[in-house]
Design a protein around this ligand. Structure first.
Ligand SMILES: [Ca+2]
Ligand SMILES: [Ca+2]
Length: 449
């Protein structure tokens, strides 16, 4: 084929495409004009200063006059809303619009986004604790405390006043004695105790200190499962996080749609992948391809993992072991971070660029902020959930679709490229499948002591 023929073919292809795009435009135009007869409105009711995105397009900023933001000429059907406010987590939801009707959307209170520094474990812990404590002292001693938003109206004759489990946020507080009332706004930070002093002689309310709350139990647990065999677990506190990846994350897949997930219950997570020593002590066999007691077990199907867990729970005193849900897995992996990985991949993971041709003993790379090892790389980890589409709105304690054909696995493996190891990446496969890239990590339900 000579250059002239190629040029001719190119020209013909171009003409063909051009012709078809004109036809497509005509078709699109027709459906657009039809749709114009089916319009409604959306009223977003919110405070001023909220940036409103509608079906991915920026609309504007809410104002006091509008009581929020109004979107006109909206076609009938389901639409996506995204609301942004500086310093707070975004809100996302869907809304159904009907012809000639105003669809009202009332937003939830925005949740503050506490900036996290990956180097500081304490800050990470704080970012995911959803409640704090308020301690009030006064001069003279004894005052009433009123926080309307929380339904608190205490008239107690005690020298000091304390309330724990207050949701993170800013509250208008009143401190009252018969002779005077003092008002002050108080910020409650997660996992912190704010210590306030209401001085009725000067009329000032001051913060004396903000201390870290003492956790109700140690965030580590060791369970003996056999002679010299133990499973170490770390505590993952209840909290809220953005699951999935933003649209601009490199090499993301379309099944990673960003949505807000709240885990209302804290849970325990295996500090490492299940080792061959642990597997063998329960199952009396080791199916792994690379063999060593400290290597993660592999060549185990999802069904076999369930058998392992059933036997393990019979063996230990209080049981409660299970596979993590997919949401728990990603929440634990991120440990308060929201990037591709919880640290630099080289320092936290065995993957294709550093594997040396095999799996590696668990727990050799750097742990994340909550003390979990090898969440990225080494072996993929089975999760409890069926694989399916993510919800598009905010969810609590999501456990995946009711049925399916494949089970989720997470974290990438020793043979995986960097982007397979991303915190948001989802793998899925037949629950009967076995492979030398795929093992498991245990979760454990918390039992109040
Ligand atoms: Ca892993
Ligand atoms: Ca994927």
């Amino acid at each position: 084929m000579n250059a002239k023929t190629i040029a001719k073919i190119r020209h013909n292809v171009f003409l063909f495409l051009e012709k078809w795009s004109i036809i497509l435009l005509v078709v699109a135009g027709a459906s657009l004009s039809q749709a114009q007869n089916h319009k409604g409105f959306v009223q977003v009711t919110c405070e001023p200063g909220v940036t409103v995105f509608f079906d991915g397009k920026k609309q504007g900023v809410s104002t006091l006059d509008a009581g929020g933001y109004i979107i006109e000429n909206v076609s009938e059907g389901q639409h996506a809303l995204r609301l942004l406010k500086d310093g707070f987590f975004p809100q996302e939801d869907t809304i159904i619009v009907k012809t000639g009707k105003v669809a009202e959307y009332r937003i939830q209170p925005f949740k503050p986004r506490i900036e996290v520094n990956p180097q500081e474990t304490n800050v990470q812990q704080m970012a995911v604790q959803t409640t704090g404590t308020l301690l009030v002292q006064s001069l003279p001693l004894q005052c009433d405390v009123v926080i309307r938003e929380l339904g608190i109206d205490t008239r107690k004759e005690e020298d000091e006043w304390m309330k724990d489990k207050i949701p993170v946020g800013t509250y208008e507080c009143l401190f009252m004695r018969t002779e005077k009332t003092l008002g002050s706004s108080v910020v409650i930070n997660g996992g912190r105790k704010a210590h306030l002093f209401a001085n009725f002689t000067t009329g000032q309310v001051t913060m004396l200190a903000e201390e870290k709350e003492k956790p109700p139990f140690e965030p580590f647990q060791i369970v003996e499962i056999g002679k010299d065999v133990k499973i170490e677990l770390v505590w993952c506190p209840p909290g809220t996080f953005m699951m999935g990846s933003p649209d601009d994350e490199a090499n993301r897949d379309p099944d990673e749609g960003l949505h807000r997930v709240t885990l209302t219950q804290g849970f325990w997570m295996g500090k490492t992948e299940v080792t061959q020593r642990q597997w063998e002590s329960v199952m009396e066999a080791n199916p792994s391809r690379s063999k060593d007691p400290d290597l993660p077990v592999e060549m185990v199907s999802w069904e076999e993992c369930r058998t392992f867990i059933r036997k393990l729970n019979k063996k230990v005193k209080d049981g409660g072991f299970r596979l993590p849900t997919e949401a728990e897995w990603e929440y634990a992996c991120r440990a308060g971070t929201n990037g591709l990985y919880h640290g630099t991949l080289q320092s936290v993971a065995w993957y294709v660029d550093n594997n040396g041709g095999t799996t590696h003993p668990v727990g050799q790379k750097q742990a994340n902020a909550w003390g979990l090892f090898d969440m990225h790389g080494n072996v993929w980890e089975w999760c409890q959930d069926w694989y399916g589409n993510y919800p598009t709105n905010s969810v609590s304690d999501f456990t995946g679709p009711r049925s399916g054909t494949a089970r989720v696995n997470r974290g990438g493996s020793w043979r995986g490229r960097d982007f397979f190891c991303r915190a948001a990446n989802r793998g899925w496969i037949d629950p009967e499948f076995r492979g030398d890239l795929l093992g498991l990590r245990l979760a454990k339900t918390h039992v109040e002591p």
